[in-house]
Design a protein around this ligand. Structure first.
Ligand SMILES: Nc1ncnc2c1ncn2[C@@H]1O[C@H](COP(=O)(O)OP(=O)(O)OP(=O)(O)O)[C@@H](O)[C@H]1O
Length: 433
Protein backbone atom coordinates (compact mmCIF):
# COMPACT_ATOMS: atom_id res chain seq x y z
CA UNK A 1 0.00 0.00 0.00
CA UNK A 2 1.33 3.46 -0.89
CA UNK A 3 0.62 6.78 0.81
CA UNK A 4 -0.59 10.08 -0.61
CA UNK A 5 2.55 11.73 0.77
CA UNK A 6 4.83 9.34 -1.14
CA UNK A 7 2.86 10.08 -4.31
CA UNK A 8 2.91 13.87 -3.83
CA UNK A 9 6.61 13.96 -2.97
CA UNK A 10 7.31 12.22 -6.30
CA UNK A 11 8.81 9.16 -4.60
CA UNK A 12 6.77 6.77 -6.74
CA UNK A 13 8.08 7.98 -10.10
CA UNK A 14 8.49 5.09 -12.52
CA UNK A 15 6.15 2.73 -10.66
CA UNK A 16 3.96 0.35 -12.65
CA UNK A 17 1.51 -0.27 -9.77
CA UNK A 18 -0.12 2.16 -7.37
CA UNK A 19 -2.23 1.09 -4.36
CA UNK A 20 -3.96 4.01 -2.63
CA UNK A 21 -6.46 3.65 0.20
CA UNK A 22 -6.71 7.02 1.93
CA UNK A 23 -10.37 8.09 2.26
CA UNK A 24 -10.11 9.68 -1.17
CA UNK A 25 -13.12 11.61 -2.55
CA UNK A 26 -11.35 12.24 -5.84
CA UNK A 27 -8.36 10.92 -7.74
CA UNK A 28 -5.29 13.00 -6.79
CA UNK A 29 -3.80 14.92 -9.72
CA UNK A 30 -0.36 13.57 -8.89
CA UNK A 31 -1.43 10.15 -10.23
CA UNK A 32 -1.10 11.57 -13.76
CA UNK A 33 2.60 12.12 -13.06
CA UNK A 34 2.92 8.33 -13.32
CA UNK A 35 1.18 8.17 -16.72
CA UNK A 36 4.18 6.89 -18.65
CA UNK A 37 4.59 3.79 -16.47
CA UNK A 38 1.39 3.09 -14.52
CA UNK A 39 -0.24 -0.23 -15.50
CA UNK A 40 -2.12 -1.23 -12.33
CA UNK A 41 -4.16 1.24 -10.26
CA UNK A 42 -5.80 -0.04 -7.09
CA UNK A 43 -8.18 2.44 -5.42
CA UNK A 44 -10.12 -0.07 -3.35
CA UNK A 45 -11.62 1.18 -0.10
CA UNK A 46 -11.97 4.92 -0.71
CA UNK A 47 -15.03 7.21 -1.05
CA UNK A 48 -14.89 7.77 -4.79
CA UNK A 49 -18.03 8.25 -6.85
CA UNK A 50 -16.42 9.42 -10.10
CA UNK A 51 -13.12 9.44 -11.96
CA UNK A 52 -11.55 12.34 -13.90
CA UNK A 53 -12.82 12.83 -17.46
CA UNK A 54 -9.25 12.63 -18.77
CA UNK A 55 -8.40 9.27 -17.12
CA UNK A 56 -7.20 7.99 -20.50
CA UNK A 57 -4.08 10.12 -20.02
CA UNK A 58 -2.98 7.06 -18.03
CA UNK A 59 -2.31 5.54 -21.42
CA UNK A 60 -0.61 2.37 -20.13
CA UNK A 61 -3.34 1.51 -17.61
CA UNK A 62 -4.26 -2.19 -17.94
CA UNK A 63 -5.84 -2.97 -14.57
CA UNK A 64 -8.12 -0.79 -12.44
CA UNK A 65 -9.63 -1.77 -9.07
CA UNK A 66 -12.22 0.53 -7.49
CA UNK A 67 -13.95 -1.93 -5.14
CA UNK A 68 -15.63 -0.69 -1.94
CA UNK A 69 -16.21 2.89 -3.10
CA UNK A 70 -19.38 4.90 -3.77
CA UNK A 71 -19.87 4.65 -7.51
CA UNK A 72 -23.48 4.57 -8.66
CA UNK A 73 -22.55 4.11 -12.33
CA UNK A 74 -19.61 2.50 -14.07
CA UNK A 75 -17.62 5.57 -15.16
CA UNK A 76 -17.89 6.25 -18.90
CA UNK A 77 -14.24 7.35 -18.97
CA UNK A 78 -13.18 3.71 -18.67
CA UNK A 79 -14.25 3.23 -22.26
CA UNK A 80 -11.61 5.75 -23.38
CA UNK A 81 -8.69 3.86 -21.83
CA UNK A 82 -6.88 2.20 -24.74
CA UNK A 83 -5.20 -0.64 -22.82
CA UNK A 84 -7.67 -1.26 -19.98
CA UNK A 85 -8.40 -4.99 -19.84
CA UNK A 86 -9.36 -5.63 -16.23
CA UNK A 87 -11.98 -3.58 -14.41
CA UNK A 88 -12.99 -4.30 -10.80
CA UNK A 89 -15.85 -2.39 -9.13
CA UNK A 90 -16.99 -4.87 -6.48
CA UNK A 91 -19.17 -3.65 -3.57
CA UNK A 92 -20.17 -0.22 -4.83
CA UNK A 93 -23.72 1.01 -5.43
CA UNK A 94 -23.69 0.75 -9.19
CA UNK A 95 -27.05 0.76 -10.97
CA UNK A 96 -26.01 1.96 -14.37
CA UNK A 97 -23.57 0.46 -16.85
CA UNK A 98 -23.46 2.06 -20.29
CA UNK A 99 -21.79 0.73 -23.43
CA UNK A 100 -19.45 3.73 -23.40
CA UNK A 101 -17.98 2.54 -20.08
CA UNK A 102 -16.69 -0.74 -21.53
CA UNK A 103 -13.13 -0.50 -22.86
CA UNK A 104 -12.44 -2.27 -26.15
CA UNK A 105 -9.75 -4.66 -24.77
CA UNK A 106 -11.95 -5.74 -21.81
CA UNK A 107 -10.98 -9.22 -20.64
CA UNK A 108 -12.03 -9.39 -16.98
CA UNK A 109 -14.97 -7.47 -15.49
CA UNK A 110 -15.89 -7.59 -11.79
CA UNK A 111 -19.20 -5.99 -10.82
CA UNK A 112 -20.00 -8.28 -7.87
CA UNK A 113 -22.26 -6.91 -5.14
CA UNK A 114 -23.87 -3.87 -6.76
CA UNK A 115 -27.45 -3.03 -7.77
CA UNK A 116 -27.36 -3.57 -11.54
CA UNK A 117 -30.66 -4.54 -13.20
CA UNK A 118 -29.49 -4.67 -16.81
CA UNK A 119 -26.26 -4.67 -18.80
CA UNK A 120 -25.67 -3.18 -22.26
CA UNK A 121 -25.60 -5.38 -25.37
CA UNK A 122 -22.10 -4.01 -26.05
CA UNK A 123 -20.79 -6.39 -23.38
CA UNK A 124 -20.90 -9.26 -25.86
CA UNK A 125 -19.02 -7.12 -28.37
CA UNK A 126 -15.81 -7.19 -26.40
CA UNK A 127 -14.06 -10.07 -28.17
CA UNK A 128 -11.43 -10.70 -25.47
CA UNK A 129 -13.99 -11.07 -22.63
CA UNK A 130 -12.85 -14.07 -20.59
CA UNK A 131 -14.05 -13.61 -17.01
CA UNK A 132 -17.29 -11.97 -15.91
CA UNK A 133 -18.22 -11.60 -12.24
CA UNK A 134 -21.81 -10.43 -11.73
CA UNK A 135 -22.94 -12.16 -8.52
CA UNK A 136 -25.02 -10.16 -6.06
CA UNK A 137 -26.86 -7.78 -8.37
CA UNK A 138 -30.48 -7.38 -9.47
CA UNK A 139 -30.13 -8.73 -13.01
CA UNK A 140 -33.33 -10.05 -14.57
CA UNK A 141 -31.59 -11.04 -17.79
CA UNK A 142 -28.24 -11.11 -19.58
CA UNK A 143 -27.44 -9.39 -22.90
CA UNK A 144 -28.14 -11.84 -25.73
CA UNK A 145 -24.91 -10.66 -27.37
CA UNK A 146 -22.95 -12.56 -24.73
CA UNK A 147 -23.67 -15.63 -26.84
CA UNK A 148 -20.94 -14.25 -29.13
CA UNK A 149 -18.34 -13.93 -26.37
CA UNK A 150 -16.26 -16.77 -27.78
CA UNK A 151 -13.50 -16.39 -25.17
CA UNK A 152 -15.76 -16.34 -22.11
CA UNK A 153 -14.57 -19.02 -19.68
CA UNK A 154 -15.79 -18.01 -16.25
CA UNK A 155 -19.21 -16.55 -15.45
CA UNK A 156 -20.66 -15.72 -12.02
CA UNK A 157 -24.35 -14.78 -12.00
CA UNK A 158 -25.38 -16.15 -8.57
CA UNK A 159 -27.63 -14.09 -6.29
CA UNK A 160 -29.52 -12.16 -8.97
CA UNK A 161 -33.16 -12.10 -10.16
CA UNK A 162 -32.88 -14.33 -13.19
CA UNK A 163 -36.02 -16.28 -14.04
CA UNK A 164 -34.13 -18.67 -16.32
CA UNK A 165 -30.68 -19.63 -17.47
CA UNK A 166 -30.21 -18.45 -21.07
CA UNK A 167 -30.24 -21.35 -23.55
CA UNK A 168 -27.13 -20.09 -25.35
CA UNK A 169 -24.97 -20.81 -22.32
CA UNK A 170 -25.05 -24.47 -23.38
CA UNK A 171 -23.27 -23.64 -26.64
CA UNK A 172 -20.54 -21.36 -25.32
CA UNK A 173 -17.34 -22.90 -26.71
CA UNK A 174 -15.04 -22.10 -23.79
CA UNK A 175 -17.32 -21.64 -20.77
CA UNK A 176 -16.06 -23.93 -17.99
CA UNK A 177 -16.78 -22.31 -14.62
CA UNK A 178 -20.34 -21.14 -13.96
CA UNK A 179 -22.18 -20.19 -10.74
CA UNK A 180 -25.89 -19.34 -10.75
CA UNK A 181 -27.37 -20.34 -7.35
CA UNK A 182 -29.60 -17.85 -5.56
CA UNK A 183 -31.77 -16.94 -8.54
CA UNK A 184 -35.53 -17.54 -8.63
CA UNK A 185 -35.17 -20.28 -11.28
CA UNK A 186 -32.70 -22.34 -9.26
CA UNK A 187 -34.09 -21.85 -5.75
CA UNK A 188 -36.57 -24.69 -6.17
CA UNK A 189 -33.83 -27.12 -7.23
CA UNK A 190 -31.76 -26.01 -4.23
CA UNK A 191 -34.65 -26.60 -1.83
CA UNK A 192 -35.36 -30.02 -3.39
CA UNK A 193 -31.75 -31.21 -3.23
CA UNK A 194 -31.52 -30.10 0.38
CA UNK A 195 -34.84 -31.70 1.36
CA UNK A 196 -33.77 -35.02 -0.19
CA UNK A 197 -30.45 -35.06 1.66
CA UNK A 198 -31.04 -33.55 5.10
CA UNK A 199 -28.52 -33.72 7.93
CA UNK A 200 -29.38 -33.37 11.63
CA UNK A 201 -28.89 -29.94 13.19
CA UNK A 202 -25.96 -29.82 15.57
CA UNK A 203 -26.60 -28.41 19.03
CA UNK A 204 -24.21 -25.47 19.43
CA UNK A 205 -23.71 -26.29 23.10
CA UNK A 206 -21.88 -29.43 21.98
CA UNK A 207 -19.26 -27.40 20.07
CA UNK A 208 -16.17 -25.79 21.59
CA UNK A 209 -14.86 -23.45 18.93
CA UNK A 210 -11.04 -23.44 18.91
CA UNK A 211 -8.28 -21.63 17.02
CA UNK A 212 -8.63 -20.43 13.43
CA UNK A 213 -7.46 -22.94 10.82
CA UNK A 214 -8.01 -20.80 7.77
CA UNK A 215 -10.21 -18.25 6.09
CA UNK A 216 -12.08 -18.39 2.81
CA UNK A 217 -14.12 -15.76 1.00
CA UNK A 218 -17.33 -16.93 2.67
CA UNK A 219 -16.25 -17.69 6.20
CA UNK A 220 -13.70 -18.58 8.83
CA UNK A 221 -12.75 -22.16 9.67
CA UNK A 222 -11.94 -23.07 13.25
CA UNK A 223 -10.75 -26.23 14.90
CA UNK A 224 -13.56 -27.50 17.15
CA UNK A 225 -14.25 -30.13 19.78
CA UNK A 226 -17.57 -31.93 19.32
CA UNK A 227 -18.75 -33.09 22.72
CA UNK A 228 -21.67 -35.46 22.28
CA UNK A 229 -23.40 -36.90 25.33
CA UNK A 230 -23.40 -40.46 24.02
CA UNK A 231 -20.06 -40.62 22.14
CA UNK A 232 -16.40 -39.75 22.68
CA UNK A 233 -15.38 -36.14 21.98
CA UNK A 234 -14.23 -35.69 18.39
CA UNK A 235 -11.80 -33.19 16.94
CA UNK A 236 -13.58 -31.49 14.00
CA UNK A 237 -13.54 -28.30 11.93
CA UNK A 238 -16.33 -25.73 11.96
CA UNK A 239 -16.94 -23.11 9.30
CA UNK A 240 -18.65 -19.95 10.54
CA UNK A 241 -20.13 -18.08 7.59
CA UNK A 242 -19.81 -14.32 7.19
CA UNK A 243 -23.23 -13.89 5.65
CA UNK A 244 -22.50 -11.56 2.76
CA UNK A 245 -22.47 -12.32 -0.94
CA UNK A 246 -19.05 -13.44 -2.23
CA UNK A 247 -17.78 -13.24 -5.79
CA UNK A 248 -19.09 -16.78 -6.25
CA UNK A 249 -22.47 -16.55 -4.55
CA UNK A 250 -24.40 -16.76 -1.29
CA UNK A 251 -23.28 -18.59 1.85
CA UNK A 252 -26.61 -20.43 2.20
CA UNK A 253 -26.16 -21.99 -1.24
CA UNK A 254 -22.63 -23.08 -0.31
CA UNK A 255 -23.96 -24.66 2.87
CA UNK A 256 -26.82 -26.36 1.04
CA UNK A 257 -24.41 -27.85 -1.52
CA UNK A 258 -21.97 -29.08 1.17
CA UNK A 259 -24.82 -30.80 2.99
CA UNK A 260 -26.53 -32.23 -0.08
CA UNK A 261 -23.27 -33.50 -1.56
CA UNK A 262 -23.34 -36.31 0.99
CA UNK A 263 -20.49 -38.72 1.58
CA UNK A 264 -17.87 -39.55 -1.02
CA UNK A 265 -14.26 -40.71 -0.66
CA UNK A 266 -13.07 -37.48 -2.28
CA UNK A 267 -15.19 -35.02 -0.31
CA UNK A 268 -14.67 -33.60 3.18
CA UNK A 269 -17.30 -35.27 5.39
CA UNK A 270 -19.96 -32.97 6.79
CA UNK A 271 -21.60 -33.71 10.17
CA UNK A 272 -24.30 -31.09 9.77
CA UNK A 273 -25.29 -27.43 10.11
CA UNK A 274 -25.17 -25.80 13.53
CA UNK A 275 -28.64 -25.16 14.95
CA UNK A 276 -29.71 -21.57 14.36
CA UNK A 277 -29.37 -19.17 17.25
CA UNK A 278 -30.18 -15.43 17.36
CA UNK A 279 -27.12 -13.27 16.63
CA UNK A 280 -24.98 -16.36 15.92
CA UNK A 281 -23.45 -16.87 12.50
CA UNK A 282 -24.59 -19.86 10.41
CA UNK A 283 -22.11 -22.68 10.81
CA UNK A 284 -21.24 -26.08 9.38
CA UNK A 285 -19.51 -28.86 11.29
CA UNK A 286 -17.16 -31.02 9.22
CA UNK A 287 -14.30 -33.43 9.46
CA UNK A 288 -10.88 -32.02 10.22
CA UNK A 289 -8.60 -32.34 7.23
CA UNK A 290 -5.06 -33.53 7.92
CA UNK A 291 -2.57 -30.70 7.20
CA UNK A 292 -0.73 -33.10 4.86
CA UNK A 293 -3.51 -32.24 2.38
CA UNK A 294 -2.58 -29.07 0.52
CA UNK A 295 -4.08 -27.27 -2.49
CA UNK A 296 -2.67 -28.62 -5.73
CA UNK A 297 -2.12 -25.08 -7.07
CA UNK A 298 -2.79 -21.44 -6.25
CA UNK A 299 -5.84 -19.61 -7.69
CA UNK A 300 -5.50 -17.67 -10.95
CA UNK A 301 -3.39 -14.51 -10.89
CA UNK A 302 -4.06 -11.21 -12.64
CA UNK A 303 -1.87 -12.46 -15.47
CA UNK A 304 -3.24 -16.01 -15.74
CA UNK A 305 -6.88 -14.73 -15.49
CA UNK A 306 -8.75 -18.05 -15.57
CA UNK A 307 -5.97 -20.59 -15.09
CA UNK A 308 -4.45 -21.74 -11.81
CA UNK A 309 -0.87 -20.99 -10.87
CA UNK A 310 1.28 -24.04 -10.10
CA UNK A 311 4.52 -24.05 -8.15
CA UNK A 312 7.54 -23.89 -10.48
CA UNK A 313 8.64 -27.35 -9.35
CA UNK A 314 5.22 -29.07 -9.60
CA UNK A 315 5.81 -32.45 -11.15
CA UNK A 316 3.65 -35.58 -11.24
CA UNK A 317 4.19 -39.18 -12.22
CA UNK A 318 1.70 -40.62 -14.70
CA UNK A 319 0.16 -42.60 -11.84
CA UNK A 320 -0.26 -39.50 -9.64
CA UNK A 321 -1.92 -37.65 -12.52
CA UNK A 322 -4.24 -40.58 -13.14
CA UNK A 323 -5.17 -40.77 -9.45
CA UNK A 324 -5.84 -37.05 -9.08
CA UNK A 325 -7.82 -36.88 -12.33
CA UNK A 326 -9.85 -39.96 -11.37
CA UNK A 327 -10.70 -38.43 -8.00
CA UNK A 328 -11.82 -35.16 -9.60
CA UNK A 329 -13.90 -36.93 -12.24
CA UNK A 330 -15.54 -39.36 -9.82
CA UNK A 331 -16.55 -36.61 -7.42
CA UNK A 332 -17.89 -34.49 -10.29
CA UNK A 333 -19.98 -37.45 -11.48
CA UNK A 334 -21.25 -37.97 -7.92
CA UNK A 335 -22.31 -34.31 -7.60
CA UNK A 336 -23.95 -34.25 -11.02
CA UNK A 337 -25.99 -37.33 -10.13
CA UNK A 338 -27.44 -35.29 -7.26
CA UNK A 339 -28.19 -32.24 -9.41
CA UNK A 340 -25.22 -30.20 -8.15
CA UNK A 341 -22.77 -28.34 -10.39
CA UNK A 342 -19.54 -27.59 -8.52
CA UNK A 343 -18.84 -24.55 -10.67
CA UNK A 344 -15.24 -24.12 -9.54
CA UNK A 345 -13.52 -27.38 -10.54
CA UNK A 346 -9.97 -26.16 -10.26
CA UNK A 347 -6.64 -27.47 -8.99
CA UNK A 348 -6.68 -24.81 -6.26
CA UNK A 349 -9.79 -26.49 -4.85
CA UNK A 350 -8.24 -29.96 -4.84
CA UNK A 351 -6.50 -30.82 -1.59
CA UNK A 352 -3.89 -33.47 -2.24
CA UNK A 353 -1.55 -35.35 0.10
CA UNK A 354 1.90 -36.72 -0.80
CA UNK A 355 0.35 -40.09 -1.74
CA UNK A 356 -1.90 -38.28 -4.26
CA UNK A 357 -5.02 -38.84 -2.16
CA UNK A 358 -7.40 -36.11 -3.10
CA UNK A 359 -10.34 -34.10 -1.69
CA UNK A 360 -12.48 -31.63 -3.63
CA UNK A 361 -13.29 -28.59 -1.49
CA UNK A 362 -14.97 -25.18 -1.83
CA UNK A 363 -18.67 -25.30 -2.69
CA UNK A 364 -18.87 -21.50 -2.82
CA UNK A 365 -19.77 -21.54 -6.52
CA UNK A 366 -22.00 -24.63 -6.44
CA UNK A 367 -25.38 -24.42 -8.20
CA UNK A 368 -28.40 -26.69 -8.46
CA UNK A 369 -30.11 -28.08 -11.54
CA UNK A 370 -33.05 -30.31 -12.36
CA UNK A 371 -32.01 -33.91 -12.83
CA UNK A 372 -32.72 -35.40 -16.24
CA UNK A 373 -33.24 -32.00 -17.87
CA UNK A 374 -31.55 -30.98 -21.12
CA UNK A 375 -30.12 -28.06 -19.22
CA UNK A 376 -28.62 -30.43 -16.63
CA UNK A 377 -26.83 -32.36 -19.38
CA UNK A 378 -25.46 -29.14 -20.85
CA UNK A 379 -24.15 -28.07 -17.46
CA UNK A 380 -22.32 -31.36 -17.06
CA UNK A 381 -20.61 -30.83 -20.44
CA UNK A 382 -19.65 -27.37 -19.28
CA UNK A 383 -17.97 -28.83 -16.18
CA UNK A 384 -16.29 -31.41 -18.45
CA UNK A 385 -14.36 -28.50 -19.94
CA UNK A 386 -13.19 -27.43 -16.48
CA UNK A 387 -12.03 -31.00 -15.98
CA UNK A 388 -10.26 -30.90 -19.37
CA UNK A 389 -8.36 -27.75 -18.35
CA UNK A 390 -7.36 -29.38 -15.07
CA UNK A 391 -6.17 -32.54 -16.82
CA UNK A 392 -4.25 -30.51 -19.37
CA UNK A 393 -2.46 -28.64 -16.58
CA UNK A 394 -1.59 -31.90 -14.81
CA UNK A 395 -0.28 -33.45 -18.02
CA UNK A 396 1.91 -30.41 -18.70
CA UNK A 397 3.69 -31.32 -15.47
CA UNK A 398 3.67 -35.10 -15.88
CA UNK A 399 6.73 -37.12 -16.76
CA UNK A 400 5.78 -39.34 -19.76
CA UNK A 401 2.10 -38.32 -20.02
CA UNK A 402 -0.07 -41.16 -21.41
CA UNK A 403 -1.27 -40.35 -24.92
CA UNK A 404 -4.82 -41.46 -24.08
CA UNK A 405 -5.01 -38.80 -21.37
CA UNK A 406 -3.69 -36.07 -23.66
CA UNK A 407 -6.46 -36.99 -26.11
CA UNK A 408 -9.00 -36.99 -23.27
CA UNK A 409 -7.99 -33.48 -22.12
CA UNK A 410 -8.45 -32.24 -25.70
CA UNK A 411 -11.82 -33.98 -26.11
CA UNK A 412 -13.10 -32.44 -22.85
CA UNK A 413 -12.21 -28.98 -24.16
CA UNK A 414 -13.88 -29.42 -27.54
CA UNK A 415 -15.34 -26.10 -28.71
CA UNK A 416 -18.64 -27.83 -29.45
CA UNK A 417 -19.85 -28.76 -25.95
CA UNK A 418 -22.24 -31.50 -27.06
CA UNK A 419 -19.37 -33.55 -28.47
CA UNK A 420 -17.45 -33.59 -25.17
CA UNK A 421 -17.40 -36.91 -23.30
CA UNK A 422 -19.62 -37.23 -20.21
CA UNK A 423 -18.12 -38.14 -16.85
CA UNK A 424 -18.89 -41.86 -17.29
CA UNK A 425 -16.87 -41.85 -20.49
CA UNK A 426 -14.14 -39.76 -18.85
CA UNK A 427 -13.84 -42.26 -16.00
CA UNK A 428 -13.75 -45.19 -18.42
CA UNK A 429 -10.75 -43.64 -20.24
CA UNK A 430 -9.01 -42.94 -16.94
CA UNK A 431 -9.49 -46.54 -15.79
CA UNK A 432 -7.84 -47.86 -18.96
CA UNK A 433 -4.93 -45.37 -18.85
N1 LIG B 1 -12.26 -29.26 7.18
C1 LIG B 1 -11.13 -28.57 7.33
N2 LIG B 1 -10.12 -29.01 8.10
C2 LIG B 1 -8.97 -28.29 8.25
N3 LIG B 1 -8.76 -27.09 7.68
C3 LIG B 1 -9.72 -26.59 6.89
C4 LIG B 1 -10.94 -27.30 6.67
N4 LIG B 1 -11.72 -26.56 5.84
C5 LIG B 1 -11.00 -25.46 5.55
N5 LIG B 1 -9.80 -25.45 6.18
C6 LIG B 1 -8.77 -24.41 6.09
O1 LIG B 1 -9.40 -23.15 5.90
C7 LIG B 1 -9.01 -22.54 4.67
C8 LIG B 1 -10.20 -21.84 4.04
O2 LIG B 1 -11.14 -22.81 3.67
P1 LIG B 1 -12.47 -22.52 2.83
O3 LIG B 1 -12.99 -23.81 2.37
O4 LIG B 1 -13.40 -21.61 3.57
O5 LIG B 1 -11.99 -21.55 1.75
P2 LIG B 1 -11.34 -21.79 0.36
O6 LIG B 1 -12.22 -22.67 -0.42
O7 LIG B 1 -9.92 -22.24 0.53
O8 LIG B 1 -11.33 -20.31 -0.15
P3 LIG B 1 -12.41 -19.50 -1.01
O9 LIG B 1 -13.78 -19.85 -0.48
O10 LIG B 1 -12.02 -18.09 -0.74
O11 LIG B 1 -12.17 -19.95 -2.42
C9 LIG B 1 -8.46 -23.70 3.82
O12 LIG B 1 -7.50 -23.24 2.93
C10 LIG B 1 -7.85 -24.60 4.91
O13 LIG B 1 -6.57 -24.13 5.26
Amino acid sequence: MHTLEQLERGELAGTTRLDLCADLDELPDAVFGLADTLEVLNLTGNRLSSLPADLSRLHKLRILFCSENRFTRLPDVLGDCPQLEMVGFKANRIRQVDATALPAPLRWLILTDNAIEALPEALGERPRLQKLMLAGNALTGLPASLADAQQLELLRIAANRLERLPGWLADMPRLAWLAFAGNPFSDAAEARVLAEHPLPLIDRRQIDVGPVLGQGASGIIHRANWRRPDAPTRLMAVKLFKGEVTSDGLPHSEMAACIAAGRHPHLIGVAGPLAEQPQARPGLLMELVDPAFQPLAAPPSLASCTRDVYAEDSCFSAEQTRRIATAAASVARHLHALGILHGDLYAHNLLVDPAAQCLLSDFGAASFFTLGSTQGLALQRLEARAFGCLLEELLQRTTSPPQSLTALAAACQDGTPVTRPDFNEILAVLERA
